[in-house]
Design a protein. Sequence first.
Length: 412
Amino acid sequence: MGEERYGYVKENKVFRNAFLDYPEREIGEVKESEEQALAYFIDRFSLATKQVEDVKSKIEATENKGSYLMKVLHLKETLCEFDAIGDFESLYKILDELHVQLQTVIDANRHKNLQIKTALLEELEGIAKSSDWKAASAAVKEIQTKWIKAGAIEESKREQIEGNFKALTDSFYERRASFYEDLNQMMAQKEEDFKAFIASTAQKLEKVDSSRKLQLEIKATVEAWKELGKLERTKHNEYWQQLQTIFKSQTNRLRKLESKQRNQSSKEVIEAKQKVLDQLEISSKDLLPKIDLKEIKETWKRAGRLPKKVELDLSERYRFLVDIISEKQFLNQLLGKKGGNSLAEVEKNKLRIKLMYDLLRRDQTELTNFEENLGKFNTSSGLNEMLEAKLNQQKRKVEVKKLILNELKTLK
């Protein structure tokens, strides 16, 4: 048997001869006869041959030949330990040829992959600098897909090429994340602006006292709303609906209020306003009025409207008393700022008189100047009524200060 030159029996042991750089090795023992033992291991060599032929056939049949390199290398590493007797050297010759063939294919593929990835890197460099995030994100994702499909490149350039690619993609996604984080912060701040706008609108419209004024305020509010800009559609619609709810609520409120006011008798309005005037009369006699004018003004406003002549008479008295109280409260604030609170009562009153004289002189001067310049104004287009109201207001300020001054002098 020719195959016997590839192995032998010695001392009841079966050995495979050395070949190439692989030493001889014991592969079994004689169980029945030497001839039978050799025949068994010679026959097993066909299994080793089949492994090599199978991988060779698969390589020849596939386009993706490089995927079989590890299989060939594994066979080259393990075939020498296969327990069989035969021409292993010829099998290794085939494996070596397959190894060279596959390595050539892989090297060519890796060179081609390098060219592809170099081109993709150049393309990515431009896109990664873009701030057109939607288009750029789609382009980067497409390049990443192509990059993965391109496969491996030669080891010596892999770290540099892959590192550059990772740096560019990381930089792009970091810039994009930063942009959207800033955008989200801006949107969050803008949403706060919308919330503040809604809240301030509710407060402002709550103070409107007529349907006519409300319609003007609603129109101005809608224009101001347009200046706020845009939010995400759902949020924008949500706040718009909140605004519409406020408009509807305030419209209903004023309709009910005006209906109530129309149905309210003049006698009830006069009684309510006279009650306010009585409070003001009492408080106006105090040197240090404690009354809350803001609350009084709200009460007066809520009392309702009267026919013009009746309303005018009451309002003139109301404004006069309010001015007296307001002037006294201001005088006492001014006294405190001048250090008068620490003075004896007599000295304190002297300081009040001095301060009131100063205030009276200022208002008297303003009244004189206004009267001297009154003829210079163009009184067309309703300006005459405005000037008359201003003149009456200035006269009332002087009259109020004179009254307070006389009251202070009686305390000396």
